[in-house]
Design a protein around this ligand. Structure first.
Ligand code: B12
Length: 1024
């Protein structure tokens, strides 16, 4: 193995996924390896525009940017990135990237000519993961200070790049005496106060900093320039650092605000304990550069965390309510020094007590014995809550303190608040219900314990219920014997459902309680007694170009089928709730990797010619962040079809069939198409469900609780299943807390899993159905319809490779077989060209054929319960179930799903598991035929030079731009009114926003609605 390059200079890199691109699995792997090879990584996460990447590259003074791009439009994106970097005088910044097989050979060559290095899957295979990263590290190991000196005048003029470079010099201790003296003299003339922020890890310091800036900028109308320095520790082992604060900062790029008013710089401690050695010089540079306010955020290390105090004029300590006993407060050094204390995550249990205890401690520390704890500068805040008044109170207090230090503040545009802690928090899952997952575990374990008792009992005396079941069993056996079954060519009758031959009462009891026949509680073997006649579960995902082209593809796919089952893939501009635009990093993605839908007109064209009211038509839409708006487009299309035929539109809602994905929890965990604050998105989901109940929408699933994206982001099957079911129970709790009845909403919930190659996939549906049914019946007292977990399954995309593509169909066939054996309710089979492009007409036909061959040709599929009775299937079912329950306990310990999400628990786990898979794939320890073993004889042409690519044409892109422009022009007046009404509804906590949105969607574009919701619902804040 080649030795890895050890950097001689600090190597700093910005990492991100491109705009409207949530594929962050690969960049997360790369950034971790960069870190372990000693680099300082400013990770921006997913969905980053070229401008954001360039801004970060300039302010952070990096040697390189590393971007992954999977959604198409990569040529436009990377070329625009190089262009903007050069225009900003940063042509020296190396640009590297990757996008798996999606970036094809010709494009790699073209991009290389523009100065971009793209790594293909073969590069990964040839070099190995560390080897590939190593080439970047070696190339970026340059001395920025020597290469790019900076003059004092440029710094004093406040030029962004000059400031950034001067900070690099300061960090390296390379500012010469003369320069330092001049900068110091300038800094001394500055009146800029320095605000220091520190606190315990996980207290939400950076979110709070962001929220304070989000108030400061509009409040002071951007008249003041602010610099923020965020410090993160350098790992002692390897010397790398994850600089993970910038990713949290939405306030750097506020709509309608000048991006030059805030400067943000991440620093690594580089061997120092808590404070980088040259922090004072860094502050000097910023003061000399004329900033009006300097904010320094440092990690709190242990309890002796007051190291920041000597560097700043005002300091703030951030903590959470969970500090244990009040006596622990005596040990916190910062409580002696901080001018202000914020108890963040005020939505958590014990927050009010914490506020009081910390107040008391401050009274004692300050010897202010005549004062009340409530007089102390202690604030209860919830940075995760949009427009939290506790944060506003904290901001306004800080503004006063900073003004005393010389900050020239104006009176402020923000209305004063008269609270000292958050007053409007509405917990999605109420505090008293936060142990729900532990309760599910107790219920399932209790159920099995009872089974064991009943089994024993059945061998002696009988429980009355079991007695009845035993009495009825012979007639059940007879009933099934009468079902015709299917005859093989050899003349044998293959039973549709095969019954156990147990005679022992104990075994029968165990079978009924653990498995039972399909369609019988606990539905382990399936939720329906028999498969639907005349409707294969096939639901093929399609979307490309403009709506007219996708409409043609839908017609092709549904040709010759009795039932019409459409599944819609949207392009990434739509997935992120925006309208098509000319800007190069947007333009390239219009109609690529999915269909572009920005208005009601687009939606109508998409399903033109399909009878959406027919009971044989079912439409599924893969959309999450902007799901409410896209669903509103769809339901209007349905209602308009009804109107055209003289049918009452409200009646049409009662029969329309389909699914909208709309699962925001897994978005945060795996797929990353979050637009709004999680809290607002969850409220919208509940609004939709409530509206469904009010309008009798029974056959349309309001959410598809998805494990697919969790698995494809890298999770193993256990984590996929556990996280997904836990998310499902969270929706149950959230909807119950909104006052909905379990049997009114549970039948509208559906599930979606990925089926990969691991052994656990054989039982994923069985375990999901059993846990759900037992919990629904025994814990929630729900009726039978609610107990039935129905799921869609897609074969695993990540198990398909760019190399030796023909082999992919074999993998898909095996995964599809197991799904069909398990009575999955709906199935998508991936095409063999999965790693390179959304499928062509030819590849999708083959993928569909896989299902047809299994369903119609494959003999054993004549039987509908072939998995039952197998020792290994039973054993795996119990094993996977127990592993899932243990994971529930782990999530429960973190405060349930939402509590765990706040600390990035699920994301961290998924990334670890993803990393393990890729390592095993790349080092060959996990055999993958044609990729790391059984390689194509003769070498390197395992990836074909030319594959038919399903991409939008220029004409389609242009026509989409024109269509949305025409639509917004024609509806300008009505849209203004509708948007005002929408914002009003969203701002009032008790109004159902979806009800108003259904009307607004007739006249507003998707992008217009998204912008409106940003204002009133808050933007999503990314997590590493
Ligand atoms: C995983 C995956 C997902 C996951 C993403 C999870 C996540 N958080 O990342 C989920 C399920 C959420 C997903 C969703 C979608 N996906 Co997807 N997805 C994939 C998949 C299966 C694998 C990509 C991957 O991460 N591979 C793992 C990496 C490590 O390996 P690799 O790609 O081979 O990369 C190698 C090199 O290129 C290099 N590399 C890659 N990046 C970088 C970066 C740097 C800096 C370096 C040094 C090296 C490097 O490293 C690897 C070494 O071998 C691909 C298909 C495939 N099999 O490739 C589709 C694919 C990329 N997805 C696709 C699409 C269309 C989508 C959706 C838009 C579908 C939709 N309409 O809803 C959504 C959009 C989601 C979003 N948020 O934006 C298409 C893109 C088609 C196109 N551009 O023409 C693909 C090709 C599938 C397909 N055929 O339809 N997807």
């Amino acid at each position: 193995m080649s030795t890895l390059h050890v950097p001689t200079h600090p190597v700093r890199l910005v990492t991100a996924s491109s705009l409207f691109d949530g594929h962050d699995a690969s960049i997360n792997i790369m950034r971790r390896i960069f870190q372990s090879q000693g680099c300082e990584v400013i990770h921006l996460g997913h969905n980053r525009s070229v401008q954001e990447v360039v801004d970060a590259a300039l302010e952070e003074a990096v040697q390189g940017v590393a971007v992954s791009s999977y959604q198409g439009g990569h040529v436009e994106y990377f070329e625009y990135l190089v262009e903007l970097l050069r225009a900003a005088g940063a042509g020296h910044v190396r640009v590297v990237g990757g996008g798996g097989g999606v970036i094809v050979h010709d494009e790699i060559t073209r991009l290389r000519e523009s100065g971009v290095t793209i790594f293909s899957p073969e590069d990964g295979q040839r070099l190995g993961l560390p080897g590939m990263v190593n080439t970047v590290v070696a190339d970026c190991d340059t001395d920025l200070w020597d290469l790019h000196p900076v003059s004092v005048d440029q710094v004093l003029a406040g030029e962004r790049s000059a400031v950034a470079r001067a900070i690099t010099g300061a960090e390296l201790g390379r500012l010469d005496d003369d320069m330092r003296a001049q900068l110091r003299a300038a800094a001394e003339r500055s009146h800029a106060p320095v605000l220091g922020l520190t606190g315990t890890g996980g207290s939400g310091k950076s979110s709070l900093t962001d929220e304070i800036l989000r108030r400061f900028r509009p409040d002071q109308q951007d008249k003041l320039r602010v610099a923020v320095v965020a410090v993160d520790p350098t790992r002692r082992k390897g010397g790398g650092a994850l600089l993970g604060d910038r990713i949290r900062m939405n306030s750097l790029d506020l709509p309608g605000h000048d991006r030059d008013r805030v400067y943000f710089r991440s620093l690594a401690t580089r061997g120092a304990h808590e404070i980088p050695d040259h922090l004072e010089d860094v502050i000097t540079v910023l003061k000399a550069a004329g900033f009006d306010l300097v904010v320094v955020e440092t990690p709190g290390i242990g309890q002796g965390d007051a190291a920041i105090v000597p560097f700043v004029d005002t300091s703030m300590y951030v903590m959470t309510p969970e500090f244990g006993a009040a006596s622990q407060l005596e040990k916190i050094d910062m409580l002696d020094f901080a001018d202000v204390v914020a108890i963040n995550k005020f939505e958590r249990r014990g927050a009010a007590d914490a506020l009081r205890d910390v107040g008391r401690q401050l009274v004692r520390n300050r010897e202010a014995f005549g004062k009340q704890p409530s007089d102390m500068p202690v604030f209860g805040t919830s940075a995760a809550t949009f427009n939290d008044d506790g944060v506003t109170a904290l901001y306004q207090h800080l503004r006063g303190l900073l003004a005393e230090q010389g900050l020239p503040v104006a009176e402020g545009a923000l209305a004063p608040v008269d609270v000292k802690h958050s007053s409007g928090i509405r917990a999605v899952v109420p505090q008293e219900r936060v142990r729900y997952l532990a309760e599910v575990v107790e219920t399932v374990r209790g159920y099995h314990a009872r089974t064991q008792e009943l089994v024993e009992q059945a061998r002696r005396t009988l429980d009355p219920e079991v007695g009845t079941q035993l009495e009825q069993w012979p007639s059940v056996v007879e009933e099934y014997a009468a079902v015709p079954g299917r005859e093989s060519l050899s003349g044998n009758r293959v039973p549709k459902v095969s019954l156990p031959r147990y005679a022992d009462h104990g075994e029968l009891v165990r079978f009924w309680r653990n498995d039972n026949l399909p369609g019988r509680f606990p539905f382990t073997a399936g939720v329906f007694p028999f498969k639907r006649e005349g409707e294969d579960p096939a639901r093929m995902f399609a979307g490309e170009g403009d709506p007219a082209r996708t409409n043609r593809r839908f017609k092709l796919l549904s040709e010759g089928n009795e039932a019409t089952r459409l599944s819609t893939a949207f392009d990434s501009v739509t997935l992120y709730g925006r309208d098509p635009d000319e800007r190069p990093d947007i333009y390239g993605k219009v109609g690529t990797s999915g269909v572009s839908v920005a208005t009601l007109e687009d939606m109508k064209q998409l399903y033109d010619g399909f009878d959406l009211l027919a009971p044989t038509t079912s439409v599924s839409m893969t959309i999450n962040g902007p799901a409410p708006t896209v669903l509103a487009f769809f339901l209007n299309t349905v209602m308009d079809q009804a109107r055209e035929r003289g049918i009452d539109p409200l009646k049409a809602l009662q029969t329309v069939r389909g699914t909208v994905q709309a699962d925001i929890l897994k978005e945060d965990q795996g797929q990353n198409t979050c637009l709004f604050s999680t809290e607002f998105s969850l409220r919208m989901m509940a609004d939709i469900q409530e509206w469904f109940i009010q309008h009798g929408v029974r056959n349309f699933y309001s959410v598809s609780i998805s494990g697919y994206h969790i698995a494809e982001a890298g999770a193993n099957p256990i984590s996929q299943l556990a996280f997904t079911l836990a998310n499902g129970f969270t929706y149950v709790e959230a909807y119950l807390a909104r006052g909905m009845d379990i049997d009114d909403f549970a039948p509208n919930l559906s599930f979606f899993f990925s089926n990969g190659m691991d052994p656990e996939y054989s039982v994923i549906g069985r375990v999901a159905r059993r846990i759900w049914a037992v919990a629904m019946k025994e814990k929630y007292g729900a009726g039978e319809r609610s107990q039935k977990l129905k799921y869609h399954v897609q074969t695993s995309g990540r198990s398909l490779h760019a190399q030796e593509m023909d082999f992919n169909d074999i993998r898909t066939t095996l995964q599809a077989l197991i799904a069909i054996y398990d009575n999955a309710n709906s199935l998508h089979t991936n095409a063999y060209d999965e790693a390179v492009t959304t499928p062509s007409a030819e590849s999708v036909r083959r993928a569909l054929a896989i299902q047809l061959i299994i369903n119609r040709e494959w003999g054993l599929a004549m039987n509908e319960n072939p998995l039952q009775g197998s020792f290994i299937i039973d054993e795996l079912t119990d094993l996977v179930e127990e592993a899932v329950l243990r994971e529930f306990e782990a999530i429960n310990e973190r405060g349930g799903v939402l509590g765990a999400m706040e600390t990035g628990y699920q994301r961290g786990r998924i990334q670890d598991e993803s990393m393990l898979y890729e390592h095993c794939k790349h080092d060959g320890s996990l055999p993958i035929i044609g990729v790391n073993t059984f390689l194509k004889p003769g070498g390197d042409d395992a990836t074909p030079e030319h594959v038919e690519l399903a991409r939008a044409t220029e004409a389609e892109k242009e026509s989409q731009l024109r269509r949305v422009r025409d639509f917004t022009r024609d509806h300008e007046q009505e849209a203004t009114e509708a948007l005002a009404r929408l914002k009003e509804a969203a701002a009032s906590p008790d109004e159902n926003v979806f009800a108003v949105l259904v009307d607004a969607a007739r006249v507003c574009s998707l992008g217009q609605v998204t912008e409106a919701f940003f204002e009133v619902g808050g933007q999503y804040r990314r997590n590493v």
